[in-house]
Design a protein around this ligand. Structure first.
Ligand code: SAH
Ligand code: SF4
Ligand code: F3S
Length: 479
């Protein structure tokens, strides 16, 4: 099969952060009618890996596909269009995609008309794209994170030509408004507020795959949130790789604290946000979180390491002391605050002593939740070019020690909730026991409890009766 390359990724271009205004565009409808006549009534299967940015992109793609009359199914064997929306943040995220495409490729042999598409962050890396193209000649469409709005045109081109289509433009990125959206959940919604990332932490591929930091207009975000409230949504999560940077690239005179306050005032029962970089988390933000009862008392504040030298080489822009002071201010001003974090173990040449600084920081902060990762070199990032004298086995050993420290506190915190009555936004039947319901507390703890399915989508009072490390059991409170 011949390949038609409309655009190919280029890490150098992806890293460029030229000053200049962000282009605000409305959605492209090129070849919408044509793809509708080819795909109306047909079925699609979509699988998303990675962070909430990808989940939100999936909702946009589903919106586009459903707008032309396509149906979502969960059996790829019956699909006319298969989309695998990938993540590149660590090697294991990529391995899952190789495994899945390996299983799906046979479907293309059986059905020559099938569109087998790969999109998302993996294909933004030239070497990965090349490997995918070589390994899987069955994939007939590749598109990047900046091409989602062109989905109709790309599907039309794939279906009407004998060539495989590659459209991945490495660029700073635009803000595209007016795209349809089929949200995955009817009670909880993600709302993008800022795209991309300018931080360039030395280990991270995200700034290369997602383009520059660019904020949506304040009024567009407020409009979207108001619509969600009108539709009965109970929870909104404001999304960005670094939400604190919101507004800095616009001259609307609004920052993230202003946005948070304005959305809280709209009256959504629960308001969350993710992710916050410790570097520009302002006191004004802390005050707003403390002031509004509907802003969840839960902050995800990735620390990555507790050692100043490592933080510096990571390019994180804060010291251990600055981080700890920020935590102190948060805990003092926001009663009942739950803190979670991300930590990378085994950054290149991390010494035992430097690792112990991370362990001691964890013991001081006493996180209520945490995600720990073993460092994974990402081609094209500065850290991947560093020599590394720490063996993988040693990284695994440290990882286990760190998890033990984290879990000790997480368990203690969960135990302290036993006997308390908490508000749960009920998600649905529990994944492990369909006779139970499950949902999350304001501070993001998972709770399972017996109850009627009519409670799904409501905020319900539940008494905690027992705790495990990562979840709790409860019963309906009828006090
Ligand atoms: N923008 C967010 C999330 C980025 S990715 C933030 O800055 O917090 C989510 C997490 O993945 C990061 O916080 C980091 O802990 C981890 N991560 C990123 N690159 C990694 C790498 N190369 N190896 C291991 N973990 C990584
Ligand atoms: Fe990656 Fe750092 Fe940006 Fe987060 S802030 S996405 S870790 S570069
Ligand atoms: Fe993964 Fe891309 Fe998100 S690399 S973590 S899906 S921004």
């Amino acid at each position: 099969m011949k390949t038609k390359i409309i655009n190919a990724p280029d890490l150098h271009k992806a890293a460029s952060r030229q000053k200049g205004e962000t282009l605000f565009k409305s959605a492209s409808i090129l070849h919408k009618q044509e793809s509708q006549s080819l795909l109306n009534g047909k079925k699609y299967y979509i699988r998303t890996y990675g962070c909430q940015a990808n989940v939100r992109d999936e909702e946009t793609m589903r919106g586009l596909l459903e707008d032309i009359g396509m149906w979502q199914i969960d059996k790829p064997e019956e699909a006319d269009v298969i989309i695998i929306n990938t993540c590149a943040v660590r090697e294991n995220a990529e391995d899952k995609v190789y495994g899945e495409v390996g299983n799906l490729k046979i479907l293309r042999k059986k059905n020559k008309k099938l569109v087998l598409a790969i999109c998302g962050c993996m294909v933004e890396q030239p070497e990965i794209l090349e490997r995918l193209m070589k390994t899987f000649p069955e994939i007939n469409l590749f598109f990047g994170t900046h091409e989602i709005d062109q989905l109709y045109d790309l599907l039309y081109q794939t279906l009407t030509s004998e060539e495989r289509i590659v459209s991945i433009e490495s660029k700073a990125g635009e803000v595209i408004e007016g795209l349809p959206s089929a949200r995955n959940n009817h009670y909880k919604a993600y709302v993008d507020i800022i795209y991309g990332c300018n931080k360039f932490c030395t280990y991270c591929i995200v700034p290369y795959t997602r383009g520059k930091e660019r904020s949506r207009h304040f009024s567009d975000i407020i409009k979207e949130c108001q619509n969600l409230i009108d539709m009965g949504y109970q929870e909104i999560t404001l999304l960005g790789q670094n939400v604190n940077a919101y507004g800095k690239d616009l001259d609307e005179g609004k920052d993230f604290a202003d946005l948070l306050e304005a959305v809280a005032k709209l009256g959504i029962p629960r308001l969350r946000f993710t992710t916050s970089h410790p570097w520009d988390f302002s006191s004004k933000m802390i005050d707003i979180i403390a002031k509004y009862p509907n802003i969840c008392k839960f902050i995800h504040l990735p620390v990555q390491s507790g050692n100043d030298e490592i933080l510096k080489i990571m390019g994180r822009r804060y010291t251990r002391e600055q981080y700890l002071n920020l935590v102190k201010e948060m805990r003092a001003k926001i009663p009942g605050l739950s803190l979670s974090t991300d930590i990378i173990v085994g950054f290149p040449n991390e010494t035992e002593e430097q690792f112990n600084d991370t362990v001691s920081l964890v013991d001081i902060v006493k996180y209520e939740a945490a995600y720990t990762f073993i460092y994974s070199p990402r081609k094209g990032t500065p850290a991947a070019r560093m020599e590394d004298n720490v063996s993988y086995d040693e990284k695994v050993r440290r990882f286990k020690i760190l998890v033990q420290h984290l879990e000790k506190n997480i368990e203690k915190h969960s135990e302290s909730l036993v006997g308390k009555v908490v508000d749960i936004l009920v998600d649905g039947p529990s994944k492990t026991d369909p006779n139970m319901l499950s949902g999350y507390t304001d501070e993001n703890k998972l709770v399972h409890f017996p109850g009627d399915s009519s409670l799904i989508g409501t905020i319900t009072k539940v008494k905690i009766i027992s705790s495990h490390t990562y979840s709790m059991m409860g019963e309906l409170y009828r006090g």
